[in-house]
Design a protein around this ligand. Structure first.
Ligand SMILES: Nc1nc2c(c(=O)[nH]1)N[C@H]1C(S)=C(S)[C@@H](COP(=O)(O)OP(=O)(O)OC[C@H]3O[C@@H](n4cnc5c(=O)[nH]c(N)nc54)[C@H](O)[C@@H]3O)O[C@H]1N2
Ligand SMILES: Nc1nc2c(c(=O)[nH]1)N[C@H]1C(S)=C(S)[C@@H](COP(=O)(O)OP(=O)(O)OC[C@H]3O[C@@H](n4cnc5c(=O)[nH]c(N)nc54)[C@H](O)[C@@H]3O)O[C@H]1N2
Ligand SMILES: [Mo]
Length: 732
């Protein structure tokens, strides 16, 4: 049901209002996962036990449905493998042997080891490595910032995900929320570009399906026939890393055929002539030979997209993971303005509505960062840990909300680094993950129902409250509490470190900002969720008359955003520098073949004949849940999807055990011979743990790279060979 703001004061959440068994109380939950859906949940508690977790049926976007990952979220909290007490390594590194210690012992050991490192090498020898295992405002990737800024450690730059997509968006349309996902039921043409909605954003799918039922055509642009492509009306199998050429060819066709909304372009865009020039060399024939999509299909796509309104583009992150992915998204982001799609409710661009007014400075304390502090990009962990010339060397890693052995590029090198005897590694976790296995100390962390938080979304317009519903098991503590305790152990007496979680939560959002005006923390606590203060979704047309939050106020085909712009937060400024080329990102979208950009990878890329892409697994959330039996059963053994032509020429049959390899590593998988992938492309999904995969998970094959556009890692720009495994002994 679609309720308006005013319709939902406390209809649920209070025990007496809900249809509940006796003795069951309900608290508001918010899914903590790094997922665009941001579900509002309800925690059902009986005799101090979490007996059920359901979706909050009143949240209009997620509408009470939970996904395959969180269906048994209550049971997840009671998984018997959970780490419940601080642990100290008792065997060799990586052996996985630990003994229980007390929190005081753990904090003392961290204090003593770090003081020693600080005295010998300076605090920059310590590297905090946090990511979005938890998306909460208090317990998320930035939970440790205030503490580490005060301590003066190296700063970890986090560009694993969406940094190209967000930067492209900032440069083109500015920090706008874009099209309301609930409005897209009105769309008549929907392009899902480099995203696997059915798997990764499943609560958006019903809106797309509704539009489809009402006659909208759904187009998926993806190198392989994903679950989403199978549900679509039309799948275009683009060659990986060539989307920029396709988008520029569409622009060229739209201009050549005069399918433009000239009035919109004149009034509300900047740099049309430059975009026209950039696109002019992308004839349909040229784009067809680059992308592998036939010329007639490209023509049809341009014609249908430009002439069917409302037209919507949903951009995923799959296409950003190439050296030219950022510029491809820039080109795509220009399309809605060219055809005036923004004029229509339900049309436009749905990308990353991340610009929610969180009081980030209050929580992270960037004012405590000392001038010139070393910034280390965390996607280069493999190199950082093994670089003998790095000064000071990284001698201690503190990891929370992250599983770099599975998630960071170049697993074998990450592990080589983690095995260093002179590296002191602390990991805060739920389980002994592939990363925690290499830790010197493991610290137990709370799950969502065991702590308080607020969760914002990066896929829809609601914020959700997460209330502590049950006591933490054993001695688990929240990330928030962990850093408060560490700060006090280090003698930091700033009031920041004695404030409680609920005190911070009351201030965590800027309630005076336009997106929150008229809303309040009390309202959030009362209702469990609130909608951002944007107009009624039926009529929401944020850029019908321009009003783009860019320097010019227009959709910028030629970006005028530069590193000095006040619109760009200081930590984002470096995103506008192409670090590989050491100059600002080109302001007009372009397409350069990947092997011309990633020059240092060129040899390796060309030595292997197949292109590997590694999208998300359906039943895992990144690497979470890959240790749980029923999720593994759903997801099945690690497999490699391979086209019949590629399989035959290698003597591979469906079901064979094969190895996927390149100069960095070997991954063992079951071959699935299928025409879901085109010739020349293979797919191994991401998230398996070493122990669950037959041998190694997919990042054993991906490399650290030049960090061009916005520091994005090029996970999908990976070349491999696939070979039939001759003997079972090789599995060892
Ligand atoms: N079930 C599940 N849901 C998740 C996650 C999960 O692990 N599991 N992870 C969450 C996270 S952190 C994120 S960031 C989102 C990501 O959600 P998505 O944006 O859907 O991300 P991916 O699955 O990485 O990639 C999407 C698609 O891009 C395609 N792709 C790869 N290379 C190219 C290319 O060059 N061009 C084009 N056009 N397409 C390409 C892949 O084949 C894939 O089908 O999902 C979130 N939701
Ligand atoms: N090849 C390839 N690699 C990829 C991707 C891909 O598509 N292909 N996707 C990339 C993307 S989009 C992303 S976002 C990253 C994801 O990378 P990560 O954010 O590192 O995700 P996970 O691997 O799920 O690891 C999160 C860990 O945090 C732990 N955790 C969860 N909540 C808490 C908490 O409250 N406290 C503490 N202390 N720990 C907690 C979980 O148990 C889990 O082990 O991976 C990237 N890597
Ligand atoms: Mo992500």
């Amino acid at each position: 049901m679609a309720l308006k703001d005013t319709d939902y004061p406390v209809k649920y959440g209070r025990p007496q209002a809900a249809n509940l068994e006796k003795n069951v109380t309900v608290k508001f939950g918010a899914c903590p996962h790094d997922c665009p859906d941001g579900c509002a949940m309800l925690y059902h508690v009986e005799n101090e036990r979490l007996v059920k977790v359901s979706g909050n049926p009143y949240q209009p976007f997620t509408r009470g449905r939970l996904c395959v990952k969180t269906k048994d979220f209550a049971e997840h909290h009671y998984n018997p493998d959970r780490v419940l007490y601080p642990l100290r390594r008792s065997g060799a590194k990586g052996e996985g042997k630990f003994v229980r210690i007390s929190w005081d012992e753990a904090l003392d050991e961290i204090y003593e080891r770090w003081q020693q490192l600080i005295n010998q090498h300076g605090a920059e020898s310590i590297l905090p490595y946090g990511y979005y295992g938890n998306m909460g405002i208090l317990n998320g990737a930035t939970a440790g910032d205030a503490f580490f800024n005060k301590l003066g450690t190296s700063i970890g730059e986090k560009t694993f995900c969406a940094s190209s997509a967000v930067t492209a968006q900032l440069m083109t349309v500015g920090p706008t929320l874009g099209t309301d996902p609930e409005s897209i039921v009105q769309a008549k043409y929907i392009i899902i570009w480099g995203g696997n909605t059915v798997t990764t954003n499943s609560h958006l799918w019903p809106f797309i399906a509704s539009a489809q039922k009402e006659g909208a055509k759904i187009v998926v642009i993806d190198p392989y026939r994903s679950r989403t492509a199978k549900m679509a009306d039309w799948h275009l199998a683009v060659r990986p890393g060539t989307d920029g050429a396709l988008a520029l060819a569409l622009i060229n066709l739209i201009i050549e055929n005069d399918w433009l909304d000239k009035d919109y372009v004149d009034r509300y865009t900047l740099g049309f002539e430059e975009l026209k020039a950039a696109a002019s060399s992308f004839s349909v024939e040229r784009a067809a030979s680059i992308t592998g999509i036939n010329a007639e299909d490209i023509r049809t796509l341009a014609d249908e997209y430009a002439n069917t309104q409302p037209a919507l583009i949903r951009v995923g992150v799959g296409l950003e993971r190439h050296p030219n992915g950022g510029q491809a998204i820039r080109a795509i982001d220009c399309l809605p303005a060219l055809i005036g799609a923004w004029r229509y409710s339900g049309g436009g661009l749905l990308q990353m509505p991340v610009f929610v007014p969180v009081q980030a400075d209050l929580l992270s304390r960037p004012d405590w960062i000392q001038e010139g502090k070393r910034v280390i990009n965390l996607t280069t962990l493999a190199e950082v840990l093994t670089d003998k010339k790095l000064a000071p060397a990284v001698n201690s890693l503190f990891i929370w909300n992250a599983n770099p052995v599975v998630q960071s590029p170049n697993t074998n090198k990450v592990v080589e680094g983690l095995l260093r005897e002179d590296l002191f590694t602390v990991v805060s976790e739920y389980f002994i993950t592939d990363t925690a296995r290499y830790a010197d100390l493991v610290l137990p962390a709370t799950m969502a129902a065991e702590h308080n938080d607020i969760v914002t979304s990066w896929g829809q317009f609601y914020i959700a409250m997460n209330q502590k519903a049950i006591e933490a098991p054993g001695e688990a503590i929240s990330n928030f509490e962990l850093f408060q305790r560490l700060a006090r152990r280090f003698g930091f007496n700033d009031p920041h470190f004695t404030k409680s979680d609920t005190e911070f939560l009351a201030e965590a959002l800027d309630w005076d900002a336009p997106l929150l005006q008229g809303k309040s923390y009390e309202m959030l606590r009362e209702n469990g969720f609130i909608r951002l203060n944007v107009p009624d979704k039926e009529n929401y047309r944020p850029h019908a008359e321009g009003n783009f939050p860019t320097p010019s106020g227009k959709c910028e085909f030629r970006s005028s955003l530069d590193t000095s712009s006040g619109l760009v937060a200081p930590l984002l400024r470096q995103m506008l520098i192409d670090r590989q080329a050491s100059k600002p990102i080109e302001p007009v979208p372009n397409y350069i073949p990947t092997n011309q950009i990633a020059a240092e990878n060129k040899g390796a890329c060309e030595a292997w004949s197949l292109q590997l892409i590694s999208p998300k697994s359906h039943a895992f959330l990144n690497s979470e849940y890959a240790n749980e039996e029923h999720k593994l059963r759903k997801q099945e053994d690690q497999s490699v999807l391979i086209n019949a032509a590629d399989a035959v020429s290698r003597g591979i049959s469906h079901g064979d055990t094969v190895r996927v390899l390149n100069e960095l590593g070997i991954v063992v998988a079951n071959a699935r011979v299928t025409d879901d992938v085109p010739q020349g492309v293979v797919v191994v999904t991401f998230g398996y743990w070493e122990g669950n995969a037959k041998k190694n998970a997919v990042n054993a094959l991906t490399r650290c790279n030049g960090l061009g556009f916005a520091g994005t890692p090029y996970y999908n720009n990976t070349r491999v060979e696939v070979e039939k495994l001759p003997a079972a002994s090789e599995l060892m």
